[in-house]
Design a protein around this ligand. Structure first.
Ligand code: RAM
Length: 328
C-alpha cells in the first residue's frame, strides 16, 4: 500500500514537471506575423531549444498583419501574463521601444532576433548574418545571371522592417563599386502579405518593361514574385531572386522562374534566440564583449551595440534545393 502511494506521488510529480504549462521559464517568441513559413521554421528551432533546456516553455505568437501597432498589443498581453522573456522579430525598430521598455521595467528579459529593435528597447539583438554580407548577396544573386547588367527592382517586406531596410541600404552601397552594370529602378513594399506582394510585383512588371530581375529579400515576397512571373509567362525574361525558404520556393527553381536564392537556417535562428533569452533569465549578463552560450550552436560574442551575427547565408539552386527543401 505504502509502495503504491509512493508510486502514485512519484508519477504525479513526474507528470507535473513534464507538462510545459508548469515550466519554470516562459519565453515568448513574437514574430512579425503568423502564417509565415519562415517563422514557423524558427519556431521549430525554438521548441527544440525548450525541449533541450527542459524547464522552458516557448509561447509562439504574433499578429496576423506585419505591423508594429499589432505587435504592441501582443506585447502588452505578454506583460500582463508575466512571461519571463520576449524574443521579438520587429516590424519597426523604434515604435516598439516604449512597450518593450515597459516589459524590461517589469523584469522581463527582452531580445530581438531576425529584425531588430533599437538598442534602448532590448538587451540583445541576434542577426542571422552580417548585414553587409546579406546586402551584397541579394544583388550578386541577380548580377550573376546578368553579365551585361540591366534593370532590377526590389520587392521588400514592410517599409519599416528593420532587417530588410538595413539589407537594402547595404545593397545600395555595394551597387556603384561592385555591381556598376546593375541599375536599381525601384523599391516597393509588399508588407510580407501575399496579396499585396503579388500586386506590387505586377506593378513592377507593368512599370518597367526592361526589368531583368526582381530581388525580394523576404520569403513571402519572393514566392509572390515568382508566381507572378510564372503566371504571366515571363520565365526566362525576368529572373526572381532574393531570400527564400527552400521548402516554399523549390517549385520556382524547378520551373526556371528563378536561377538561385539564398537564406540562412531559420531553425537555428529560432533555437539560438531561445537559448539567449534563457541565458538572460538565468542571470547571464548582456554587455559589449560578453559571450553567451547558445547550446548546439556554440556561443556568440556581443559587439558594442549588444548585437551578434550567426552564419553566412547559403545559396540554393538546381544543384541543392531539393535537399534543403526537406529541412526548411
Ligand atoms: C520574411 C520576413 C523575415 C525575413 C525573411 C527573409 O519571412 O520578413 O523577417 O528574415 O523573410
Amino acid at each position: 500500500m505504502k509502495l503504491l502511494k509512493t508510486l502514485a506521488i512519484t508519477t504525479a510529480l513526474a507528470a507535473l514537471f513534464a507538462t510545459p504549462s508548469f515550466a519554470a521559464t516562459r519565453i515568448a517568441l513574437v514574430v512579425k506575423s503568423l502564417g509565415n513559413g519562415f517563422f514557423d521554421a524558427a519556431n521549430k528551432g525554438a521548441q527544440e531549444a525548450a525541449k533541450e533546456l527542459g524547464d522552458v516553455e516557448v509561447i509562439y505568437t504574433g499578429p496576423t498583419a506585419a505591423t508594429a501597432e499589432a505587435q504592441i498589443e501582443v506585447i502588452n498581453s505578454l506583460i500582463a501574463q508575466q512571461v519571463d522573456a520576449i524574443a521579438i522579430s520587429a516590424n519597426d525598430p523604434d515604435a516598439l521601444v516604449p512597450v518593450l521598455k515597459k516589459a524590461m521595467e517589469r523584469g522581463i528579459k527582452v531580445i530581438s532576433f531576425d529584425s531588430g529593435v533599437a538598442p534602448e528597447g532590448r538587451q540583445v539583438h541576434l542577426n542571422p548574418s552580417e548585414t553587409n554580407l546579406i546586402g551584397e548577396t541579394i544583388i550578386k544573386l541577380a548580377a550573376d545571371y546578368l553579365p551585361d547588367g540591366g534593370d532590377v527592382a526590389i520587392l521588400s517586406a514592410s517599409s519599416t522592417a528593420t532587417n530588410q531596410n538595413a539589407w537594402i541600404e547595404a545593397a545600395k552601397k555595394a551597387l556603384p563599386t561592385e555591381f556598376p552594370k546593375i541599375n536599381l529602378v525601384a523599391t516597393v513594399y509588399g508588407d510580407d502579405d501575399s496579396v499585396k506582394s503579388t500586386d506590387e510585383a505586377k506593378g513592377l512588371i507593368a512599370s518597367y518593361p526592361n526589368l531583368k530581375a526582381i530581388i525580394a529579400p523576404t520569403t513571402v515576397g519572393v514566392v509572390a514574385a515568382a508566381q507572378v512571373v510564372t503566371d504571366m509567362g515571363l520565365i526566362g525574361k525576368v529572373n526572381v531572386t532574393g531570400l527564400a525558404l527552400p521548402s516554399e520556393f523549390k517549385q520556382f527553381i524547378d520551373n526556371g522562374a528563378s536561377q538561385a536564392v539564398a537564406l540562412w537556417n531559420p531553425i537555428d535562428l529560432g533555437y539560438s534566440a531561445v537559448m539567449i533569452a534563457d541565458d538572460l533569465v538565468k542571470g547571464g549578463e548582456a554587455k559589449p564583449g560578453a559571450t553567451l552560450a547558445i547550446g548546439r550552436m556554440g556561443s556568440i560574442t556581443l559587439d558594442d551595440t549588444n548585437s551578434a551575427a550567426m552564419a553566412p547565408p547559403f545559396t540554393f539552386d538546381k544543384s541543392n534545393i531539393e535537399e534543403f527543401s526537406k529541412i526548411y
